[in-house]
Design a protein around this ligand. Structure first.
Ligand SMILES: [Zn+2]
Length: 390
């Protein structure tokens, strides 16, 4: 081992660090002159290993090693470390951006080697879901997916309400989707889950739950005559469901509406949304999935909002039925019409006449059965009136 004195170095700050670390043996006597006469010392072999991309603000490790004991001086994004060793693992973190991790290794002879390792620190956003605390039975509600910061790279999010994927709309930092609170007799919680991947491809999940209020209504006895009930065959139901499924598949992504929804006819409410009903004595109880508004046959029915006509046809149960697609998974359905004034594919404006009140299909008197659905989820039509969601 050569016993030489470190030659004077312009980075004087280092001398103090070495002295404190006790790593330097300072020789005494006449060796100083000899030291200055030696050839330039060969630099230490320096090896730096670490990830190229890391999560901003989260710790990651750099492994440093040299072929002899050295003083490592490490700097990254304003943070500085000094270690005396031959090998070391250093935990670091960095703010978002691309940074150089600079490592200078200096051996006892003052020979130096430098390594620069570029590290990209990727911002990992916080994703949270905002929902109302509690929703009435069947009420539509908005789920906002807040991403902070909004410009952080991420894949997704996708939002789920049970088995249903909720389509999202709006700007990247505040995407929103519509959810319905399914009808149930007891108070219950609905969980919403957002899945997303950060800029490093790591999966994350955000969850929130909404309290759905209980439906407190008495069972309504409809006493529908047998000859009217006879139209509700399995075949008729299947045919109608098939058409509605096809119409739903055609629903376009962005919301078309910019104005509040309106009530399609003036009339008298005859059976509200969500009412548990029995069609005939002793029959099974089912929830009413629309709002019934009684009015004279021939009363014009108006489009609740701007939309594309997806269905305009006769069905055994719904009678003459129109379905409008408002975008964002939202459709309105109009049953039991005496006539239909629109055609499939036609765009109707808010308030346009689309048909007239009747009593076709499974109906005992002239009325409009009006439904508002988010995908397949029935929602309270009156909860849309006068509102612009989100
Ligand atoms: Zn009805």
């Amino acid at each position: 081992m050569r016993r030489t004195l470190r030659r004077p170095h312009r980075r004087r700050a280092r001398v103090a660090a070495w002295a404190l670390a006790g790593a330097l043996t300072i020789p005494v006597g006449g060796t100083v002159g000899q030291a200055f006469r030696t050839a330039a010392p060969d630099p230490p072999g320096l090896f730096v290993e670490g990830p190229d991309r890391v999560a901003a603000g989260e710790p990651f490790e750099l492994r440093l090693s040299a072929d002899r004991p050295v003083t490592f001086e490490l700097s990254l994004a304003g943070e500085e470390r000094t270690l005396v060793d031959q090998a070391a693992t250093v935990a670091l973190s960095a703010p978002p951006g691309v940074h150089d991790a600079t490592v200078v290794a200096t051996d006892a002879a003052g020979a130096q080697a430098t390594s620069v390792h570029a590290v990209e620190a990727v911002a990992v956003p916080e994703v949270r879901l905002e929902v109302p605390d509690r929703v009435p039975p069947g009420a539509p509600f908005v789920v906002t997916v807040v991403v902070d910061p909004s410009d952080a790279p991420l894949e997704g999010p996708t939002l789920r309400e049970g088995d249903r994927t909720v389509p999202l709309h709006g700007p990247p930092g505040a995407r929103w989707g519509l959810a319905g609170a399914p009808l149930q007799v007891e108070e219950a919680r609905t969980e919403l889950v957002a899945d997303w991947r950060d800029g490093l491809g790591r999966p994350h999940e955000a969850r929130v739950s909404v309290l759905r209020a209980a439906l407190e209504r008495e069972v309504q006895e409809l006493n529908v005559p047998a000859n009217v009930l006879a139209v509700a065959t399995n075949e008729a139901r299947a045919e109608q469901d098939r058409a509605l499924d096809e119409a739903r598949a055609a629903v376009v992504d962005p919301p078309r509406w910019t104005e509040p929804f309106l009530i399609p006819i003036e009339g008298r409410g005859s059976s509200g949304f969500g009412v548990p009903r029995r069609y005939a004595p002793g029959g099974r109880v089912s929830f009413h999935l629309g709002e019934d508004i009684a009015a004279e046959t021939g009363t014009p029915i108006r489009a609740t909002n701007v939309g594309v006509v997806r269905i305009a046809a006769y069905f055994g149960i719904a009678g003459y039925m129109t379905v409008l697609d408002h975008g964002a998974g939202v459709t309105s359905r109009y049953y039991h019409q005496s006539r239909i004034d629109v055609q499939v594919g036609q765009i109707v404006r808010r308030g346009d006449v689309i048909g007239a009140v009747g009593s076709t299909g499974l109906s005992t008197g002239p009325h409009l059965h009006w439904e508002m659905r988010i995908d397949e989820v029935p929602t309270d039509p009156l909860a849309w009136v006068g509102r612009v969601l989100p």
